[in-house]
Design a binder for this molecule. Sequence first.
Ligand code: PXP
Length: 260
Amino acid sequence: MTHFSQTHGLRLGVNIDHVATIRNARGGRHPDPIRAAQLAVEAGADGITAHLREDRRHISDDDITRLKRDLTRPLNFEMAATDEMVAIALRHLPHACCIVPEKREERTTEGGLDVVGGANELQRPIDQLKAAGMRVSLFIEPDERAVAASARLGADIVELHTGAYCEMDLRGDAAGLAEQLARHQLAAKLAHDAGLEVHAGHGLTFNSVGAIARIEQIVELNIGHFLIGEAIFGGLHGAISRMRGLMNEARASVGGRKTA
Ligand code: PXP
Protein backbone atom coordinates (compact mmCIF):
# COMPACT_ATOMS: atom_id res chain seq x y z
CA MET A 1 0.00 0.00 0.00
CA THR A 2 1.41 3.38 -0.92
CA HIS A 3 0.76 6.48 1.14
CA PHE A 4 1.07 10.16 0.45
CA SER A 5 3.31 12.14 2.72
CA GLN A 6 1.71 15.40 3.75
CA THR A 7 4.03 18.37 3.62
CA HIS A 8 2.16 21.49 4.68
CA GLY A 9 -0.94 19.76 3.32
CA LEU A 10 0.19 20.32 -0.26
CA ARG A 11 1.47 17.35 -2.23
CA LEU A 12 3.73 17.48 -5.26
CA GLY A 13 3.03 15.06 -8.07
CA VAL A 14 5.88 14.98 -10.57
CA ASN A 15 4.85 14.32 -14.16
CA ILE A 16 7.57 12.31 -15.93
CA ASP A 17 6.07 12.32 -19.45
CA HIS A 18 8.84 14.39 -20.92
CA VAL A 19 11.61 12.13 -19.72
CA ALA A 20 9.92 9.64 -22.04
CA THR A 21 9.73 12.32 -24.76
CA ILE A 22 13.53 12.64 -24.68
CA ARG A 23 14.00 8.86 -24.62
CA ASN A 24 11.67 8.43 -27.58
CA ALA A 25 13.56 11.04 -29.63
CA ARG A 26 16.22 8.35 -30.10
CA GLY A 27 14.40 5.14 -29.20
CA GLY A 28 16.09 2.76 -26.77
CA ARG A 29 15.84 3.03 -22.98
CA HIS A 30 17.67 6.21 -22.03
CA PRO A 31 16.70 8.33 -20.16
CA ASP A 32 14.47 5.94 -18.24
CA PRO A 33 11.30 7.58 -16.87
CA ILE A 34 11.11 5.04 -14.04
CA ARG A 35 14.59 6.00 -12.86
CA ALA A 36 13.45 9.63 -13.02
CA ALA A 37 10.35 8.74 -10.98
CA GLN A 38 12.51 7.13 -8.30
CA LEU A 39 14.79 10.15 -8.19
CA ALA A 40 11.74 12.43 -8.02
CA VAL A 41 10.52 10.56 -4.94
CA GLU A 42 13.96 10.92 -3.30
CA ALA A 43 13.83 14.66 -4.08
CA GLY A 44 10.45 15.22 -2.44
CA ALA A 45 7.71 14.13 -4.84
CA ASP A 46 4.68 12.70 -3.05
CA GLY A 47 3.42 10.93 -6.14
CA ILE A 48 4.18 10.37 -9.82
CA THR A 49 1.96 11.32 -12.73
CA ALA A 50 2.14 9.78 -16.18
CA HIS A 51 -0.09 10.30 -19.21
CA LEU A 52 -0.49 7.33 -21.52
CA ARG A 53 -1.61 9.02 -24.71
CA GLU A 54 -3.54 7.28 -27.42
CA ASP A 55 -0.63 7.85 -29.85
CA ARG A 56 2.00 6.76 -27.22
CA ARG A 57 4.07 9.83 -28.07
CA HIS A 58 5.88 9.73 -24.71
CA ILE A 59 4.85 7.27 -21.97
CA SER A 60 4.55 3.66 -23.19
CA ASP A 61 2.46 0.74 -21.95
CA ASP A 62 5.64 -0.84 -20.59
CA ASP A 63 6.42 2.35 -18.62
CA ILE A 64 3.04 2.06 -16.89
CA THR A 65 3.68 -1.61 -16.07
CA ARG A 66 7.08 -0.78 -14.59
CA LEU A 67 5.82 2.27 -12.70
CA LYS A 68 3.08 0.23 -11.12
CA ARG A 69 5.54 -2.53 -10.22
CA ASP A 70 8.46 -0.45 -8.92
CA LEU A 71 7.04 2.80 -7.59
CA THR A 72 6.82 3.29 -3.82
CA ARG A 73 4.48 6.28 -4.13
CA PRO A 74 0.99 6.63 -5.61
CA LEU A 75 0.65 6.66 -9.38
CA ASN A 76 -1.70 9.22 -10.89
CA PHE A 77 -2.60 7.77 -14.30
CA GLU A 78 -3.64 10.45 -16.80
CA MET A 79 -5.90 9.11 -19.50
CA ALA A 80 -8.50 9.95 -22.09
CA ALA A 81 -12.03 8.68 -21.42
CA THR A 82 -11.77 5.83 -23.93
CA ASP A 83 -12.56 2.12 -23.61
CA GLU A 84 -8.91 1.30 -24.31
CA MET A 85 -7.63 3.50 -21.46
CA VAL A 86 -10.31 2.34 -19.04
CA ALA A 87 -9.26 -1.27 -19.75
CA ILE A 88 -5.60 -0.40 -19.09
CA ALA A 89 -6.51 1.37 -15.84
CA LEU A 90 -8.58 -1.61 -14.72
CA ARG A 91 -5.60 -3.88 -15.39
CA HIS A 92 -3.10 -1.78 -13.42
CA LEU A 93 -5.33 -0.24 -10.73
CA PRO A 94 -3.34 2.98 -10.18
CA HIS A 95 -4.05 5.03 -7.05
CA ALA A 96 -5.89 7.65 -9.13
CA CYS A 97 -7.02 8.19 -12.69
CA CYS A 98 -7.08 11.73 -14.00
CA ILE A 99 -9.32 11.99 -17.05
CA VAL A 100 -8.06 14.57 -19.54
CA PRO A 101 -9.26 15.69 -22.97
CA GLU A 102 -7.03 14.42 -25.75
CA LYS A 103 -6.63 15.51 -29.33
CA ARG A 104 -4.08 13.96 -31.64
CA GLU A 105 -3.01 17.26 -33.16
CA GLU A 106 -2.38 19.09 -29.87
CA ARG A 107 1.11 19.58 -28.49
CA THR A 108 -0.09 19.26 -24.90
CA THR A 109 -3.41 19.10 -23.04
CA GLU A 110 -4.63 22.49 -24.15
CA GLY A 111 -7.74 22.96 -22.04
CA GLY A 112 -9.96 21.31 -19.49
CA LEU A 113 -12.54 18.60 -20.16
CA ASP A 114 -15.93 19.58 -21.53
CA VAL A 115 -17.65 18.26 -18.42
CA VAL A 116 -20.84 20.18 -19.16
CA GLY A 117 -21.43 19.24 -22.83
CA GLY A 118 -19.63 15.90 -22.62
CA ALA A 119 -21.15 14.60 -19.40
CA ASN A 120 -22.83 11.65 -21.14
CA GLU A 121 -19.54 10.30 -22.51
CA LEU A 122 -17.75 10.78 -19.19
CA GLN A 123 -20.26 9.10 -16.90
CA ARG A 124 -19.57 5.51 -17.90
CA PRO A 125 -15.75 5.62 -17.62
CA ILE A 126 -16.03 7.45 -14.28
CA ASP A 127 -18.41 4.81 -12.95
CA GLN A 128 -16.22 1.94 -14.21
CA LEU A 129 -13.06 3.34 -12.62
CA LYS A 130 -14.79 4.13 -9.34
CA ALA A 131 -16.41 0.71 -9.17
CA ALA A 132 -12.91 -0.79 -9.31
CA GLY A 133 -11.85 1.32 -6.32
CA MET A 134 -9.80 4.00 -8.08
CA ARG A 135 -10.02 7.65 -7.25
CA VAL A 136 -11.25 9.62 -10.26
CA SER A 137 -10.03 13.09 -11.05
CA LEU A 138 -11.35 15.36 -13.82
CA PHE A 139 -9.04 17.91 -15.42
CA ILE A 140 -11.22 21.01 -15.78
CA GLU A 141 -11.08 24.72 -16.41
CA PRO A 142 -11.31 26.79 -13.20
CA ASP A 143 -14.94 27.47 -13.91
CA GLU A 144 -18.05 27.38 -11.74
CA ARG A 145 -20.12 25.33 -14.18
CA ALA A 146 -17.32 22.81 -14.71
CA VAL A 147 -17.00 22.34 -10.94
CA ALA A 148 -20.74 21.78 -10.54
CA ALA A 149 -20.82 19.31 -13.45
CA SER A 150 -17.85 17.39 -11.98
CA ALA A 151 -19.68 17.02 -8.68
CA ARG A 152 -22.79 15.80 -10.50
CA LEU A 153 -20.70 13.21 -12.35
CA GLY A 154 -19.50 11.79 -9.03
CA ALA A 155 -15.80 12.62 -9.44
CA ASP A 156 -13.65 12.39 -6.31
CA ILE A 157 -11.24 15.10 -7.43
CA VAL A 158 -11.05 18.04 -9.80
CA GLU A 159 -7.70 19.19 -11.15
CA LEU A 160 -7.83 22.84 -12.15
CA HIS A 161 -6.06 23.60 -15.46
CA THR A 162 -3.58 26.35 -14.62
CA GLY A 163 -2.45 26.82 -18.24
CA ALA A 164 -4.13 30.20 -18.80
CA TYR A 165 -2.89 31.48 -15.44
CA CYS A 166 0.68 30.45 -16.30
CA GLU A 167 0.40 32.04 -19.74
CA MET A 168 -0.47 35.39 -18.12
CA ASP A 169 2.53 34.99 -15.84
CA LEU A 170 4.85 34.35 -18.80
CA ARG A 171 3.43 37.36 -20.65
CA GLY A 172 3.80 39.58 -17.60
CA ASP A 173 0.12 40.54 -17.91
CA ALA A 174 -0.68 41.64 -14.34
CA ALA A 175 -4.40 42.25 -14.91
CA GLY A 176 -4.85 38.92 -16.71
CA LEU A 177 -2.90 37.17 -13.98
CA ALA A 178 -5.10 38.63 -11.23
CA GLU A 179 -8.23 37.63 -13.15
CA GLN A 180 -7.00 34.08 -13.66
CA LEU A 181 -5.93 33.76 -10.04
CA ALA A 182 -9.37 34.88 -8.88
CA ARG A 183 -10.95 32.19 -11.12
CA HIS A 184 -8.79 29.53 -9.47
CA GLN A 185 -9.53 30.81 -5.98
CA LEU A 186 -13.28 30.73 -6.60
CA ALA A 187 -13.27 27.36 -8.38
CA ALA A 188 -11.15 25.80 -5.61
CA LYS A 189 -13.52 27.06 -2.93
CA LEU A 190 -16.62 25.90 -4.80
CA ALA A 191 -15.10 22.48 -5.46
CA HIS A 192 -14.04 22.05 -1.84
CA ASP A 193 -17.50 23.12 -0.64
CA ALA A 194 -19.02 20.54 -3.01
CA GLY A 195 -16.94 17.82 -1.33
CA LEU A 196 -14.39 17.47 -4.13
CA GLU A 197 -10.67 17.17 -3.49
CA VAL A 198 -8.87 19.94 -5.38
CA HIS A 199 -5.67 19.61 -7.40
CA ALA A 200 -4.09 21.96 -9.94
CA GLY A 201 -1.50 21.86 -12.65
CA HIS A 202 -0.22 22.62 -16.13
CA GLY A 203 2.55 25.01 -17.04
CA LEU A 204 3.60 25.78 -13.45
CA THR A 205 7.09 27.20 -12.95
CA PHE A 206 9.20 28.45 -10.03
CA ASN A 207 7.68 31.85 -10.70
CA SER A 208 4.01 30.93 -10.99
CA VAL A 209 3.73 28.18 -8.36
CA GLY A 210 3.55 30.42 -5.27
CA ALA A 211 0.15 32.05 -5.78
CA ILE A 212 -1.48 28.74 -6.73
CA ALA A 213 0.15 27.00 -3.75
CA ARG A 214 -1.37 29.64 -1.47
CA ILE A 215 -4.92 28.58 -2.38
CA GLU A 216 -5.73 26.63 0.77
CA GLN A 217 -8.27 24.23 -0.73
CA ILE A 218 -5.70 22.86 -3.20
CA VAL A 219 -4.00 19.74 -1.82
CA GLU A 220 -1.94 18.61 -4.81
CA LEU A 221 -0.01 20.19 -7.67
CA ASN A 222 1.06 18.16 -10.70
CA ILE A 223 4.11 19.57 -12.43
CA GLY A 224 6.15 18.16 -15.30
CA HIS A 225 7.50 20.03 -18.30
CA PHE A 226 9.18 22.87 -16.42
CA LEU A 227 10.89 20.51 -13.97
CA ILE A 228 12.25 18.26 -16.71
CA GLY A 229 13.47 21.36 -18.58
CA GLU A 230 15.13 22.78 -15.47
CA ALA A 231 16.80 19.43 -14.86
CA ILE A 232 18.99 20.16 -17.90
CA PHE A 233 20.54 23.08 -16.06
CA GLY A 234 20.65 21.99 -12.43
CA GLY A 235 19.67 18.33 -12.28
CA LEU A 236 16.28 16.77 -11.53
CA HIS A 237 16.86 16.51 -7.79
CA GLY A 238 17.72 20.21 -7.51
CA ALA A 239 14.74 21.31 -9.62
CA ILE A 240 12.25 19.22 -7.64
CA SER A 241 13.59 20.16 -4.23
CA ARG A 242 13.49 23.84 -5.16
CA MET A 243 9.87 23.49 -6.36
CA ARG A 244 9.00 21.59 -3.18
CA GLY A 245 10.62 24.36 -1.13
CA LEU A 246 8.67 27.10 -2.94
CA MET A 247 5.41 25.20 -2.41
CA ASN A 248 6.15 24.73 1.30
CA GLU A 249 7.08 28.39 1.73
CA ALA A 250 3.93 29.57 -0.03
CA ARG A 251 1.68 27.25 1.95
CA ALA A 252 3.35 28.10 5.26
CA SER A 253 2.74 31.79 4.57
CA VAL A 254 -1.03 31.23 4.68
CA GLY A 255 -0.75 28.88 7.64
CA GLY A 256 -2.93 26.34 5.81
CA ARG A 257 -2.72 22.73 6.94
CA LYS A 258 -5.35 20.98 4.91
CA THR A 259 -5.20 17.24 4.45
CA ALA A 260 -6.84 15.19 1.75
N1 PXP B 1 -1.94 17.98 -14.94
C1 PXP B 1 -2.47 17.45 -16.05
C2 PXP B 1 -3.85 16.88 -15.96
C3 PXP B 1 -1.76 17.42 -17.27
O1 PXP B 1 -2.33 16.89 -18.37
C4 PXP B 1 -0.45 17.92 -17.30
C5 PXP B 1 0.33 17.88 -18.57
O2 PXP B 1 0.43 16.61 -19.05
C6 PXP B 1 0.09 18.44 -16.11
C7 PXP B 1 -0.68 18.48 -14.96
C8 PXP B 1 1.48 18.94 -16.03
O3 PXP B 1 1.68 20.03 -16.87
P1 PXP B 1 3.16 20.52 -17.15
O4 PXP B 1 3.89 19.40 -17.79
O5 PXP B 1 2.97 21.70 -18.03
O6 PXP B 1 3.76 20.89 -15.81
